[in-house]
Design a protein around this ligand. Sequence first.
Ligand SMILES: N[C@@H](CCC(=O)N[C@@H](CS)C(=O)NCC(=O)O)C(=O)O
Length: 304
Amino acid sequence: MSQYILHHFDASPFAEKVRLVFGLKQLAWRSVQIPMIMPKPDLTCLTGGYRKTPVLQIGADIYCDTSLIAQEIDRRTPAPPLFPSGQRGLTLALSRWGDKTFFEPGAALSMGENPQVPDVVIEDRKAFFNFMDFGKLAESLPAARMQLQANCALLEDALSCDSDYLDGNAPGYTDIQAWFVIWMTRANVPSAESLLAPFALINRWSGRMATIGHGDSEDIPADEALGIARSTSPGDEGSVMADNPLGLARGDAVVVSADDYGRDEVAGELLNLDFSSIKIRRTDDRVGDLNVHFPQLGYQVRKR
Ligand SMILES: N[C@@H](CCC(=O)N[C@@H](CS)C(=O)NCC(=O)O)C(=O)O
């Protein structure tokens, strides 16, 4: 039975990144469908308050944020590599471009141009997407179209070298990181085809990306995933960098939150702090002891 349990919903573009990582590595995984909007009690009892989609569970270890999730899967299942060009640092730096500069106009169009988005989702996202002014959404759509295409032009340029993928001759996380916005646009934005029409290389590359698939998934109910967490004891390995700028030590009571949108705080005891990740221990009434992991980039950790 696969160790990987992904908490996600099918329409989530960030979850699509992780589903593609499973596809690229041809992995088996277990899938728990979570609600698109709050409340999400079967998710937040694992995370301690982090509500974003997706979240990866491995036993009683809970991984938040796609960038950390992708790296953890690559660490546990190295072949085929997620960073085939060897440019791991560049790719992870670039993921900030995909998640923000490229994603935001796509998200605005997905919310503002798509008549199918239920009102409850719009209401939920008003409080969540702090980068969007929902009161002026309709007026902001032409600018969002321009920004989306300006980012597509960068991608088209990047694809103009002599290889099939951004990562070279095999797909990797650089490709996934750029492609998820194209996937989201095609899935949600009625004007997607005309917006993407000028970009022939993107359209050809999208055909290749679409063949990666999602690996082999099995649906399980949330209760089963929570039972797995409850019956697993999380390890307590880890260390906290000496002389870190935050003045933190192992065992400190801390809170962690994202630094962009959806800044819900997660409280716990610090187990590990290094340049790439933060790990805290928390205990939940329903599921017992858990380790919750966040990437260092894009998150803040402070003493409680
Ligand atoms: N930095 C996060 C962003 C994730 C994110 O914003 N996901 C969207 C869904 S695609 C979300 O959480 N929406 C609100 C929700 O699902 O409650 C990551 O890389 O995982």
